[in-house]
Design a protein around this ligand. Structure first.
Ligand code: ADE
Length: 250
């Protein structure tokens, strides 16, 4: 069993790679793939890059060239569900492309020729990840410095499971956020890669799950603390959740 781990952020992969003593690098399609063992599992870790096309290329290379049997994605997202706050985690149960619109030929958001709008994630894998995320959030002070726990009010952080919307836009205005909420009332979060990876995994029959830490509310303030949040919170969550999940597989 080879597990593909895609990270959207350099900081997340750095933490993971430090814990992979036997890691070997391989270059494919201009990307660096790190192959090795982590928590006793054979893994291939790679930066997805940003946006749907880049993420789809990366996922395809993971499957075709590295023979991964499953893919887990970790990164940040903007919270658009009413109850979804900065510091919470969303484990996706499915992905929709919010910028897909081939109407009037096909229904809005439907991916032409697939006859579907939503690409579901693997149920068992997602529930394992959600379990690991809840464990980490229950003891957040063990993974994130007290100052950041305070600054981002992480004491009340929760793990949600639901629909995630993907598109080639960083959503950073309250007006756009409201439009998204109206168009996709069930969506909990918005990001830029997940639906592309979900579609590639669907095509190849590879189980897929994704974990997104909420870095912002996709509104006029979306960019304010973004860098600081990624370094101080999201990168630590990912390493903690993924290592906890992999440990449980052994
Ligand atoms: N990733 C993190 N925050 C985001 C946002 N507001 N829009 C799109 N992708 C994101």
């Amino acid at each position: 069993m080879v597990i593909g781990i895609m990270g959207a952020l350099h900081e997340e992969l750095a933490g993971m790679l430090e814990a992979m003593p036997d890691e070997r690098r391989q270059q494919v399609a201009g990307r660096t793939f790190w192959c090795g063992r982590w928590q006793g599992q054979e893994v291939v870790a790679v930066l997805s890059r940003v946006g749907k096309v880049a993420a789809a290329t990366t996922a395809t290379a993971l499957i075709e060239r590295f023979g991964v049997n499953q893919i887990v994605f970790t990164g940040v997202a903007g919270g658009i569900g009413q109850e979804v706050r900065v510091g919470d985690v969303v484990v996706a149960n499915g992905f929709v492309q919010h910028d897909m619109d081939a109407s009037p030929l096909f229904a809005r958001h439907e991916v032409p020729l697939y006859g579907r709008t939503v690409f579901e994630t693997d149920v068992a894998l997602s529930s394992q990840l959600a379990h690991a995320a809840r464990d980490v959030l229950a003891d957040v002070g063990r993974h994130v410095q007290a100052q950041s726990v305070q600054a981002f009010a992480l004491q009340r952080a929760q793990c949600h499971q639901g629909l995630v919307a993907t598109g080639d836009r960083f959503v950073s205005s309250s007006a756009e956020c409201r439009a998204l909420q109206q168009a996709l009332p069930q969506a909990l979060a918005v990001e830029m890669e997940g639906a592309a990876v979900a579609q590639v995994c669907f095509d190849y029959g590879v189980p897929f799950a994704a974990l997104r830490t909420i870095s912002d509310r996709a509104d006029d303030d979306a960019h304010t603390d973004f860098g600081r949040f990624v370094t101080e919170v999201a990168s630590h969550y990912s390493v903690a959740v993924l290592s906890q999940w992999l440990r449980q597989l052994t």
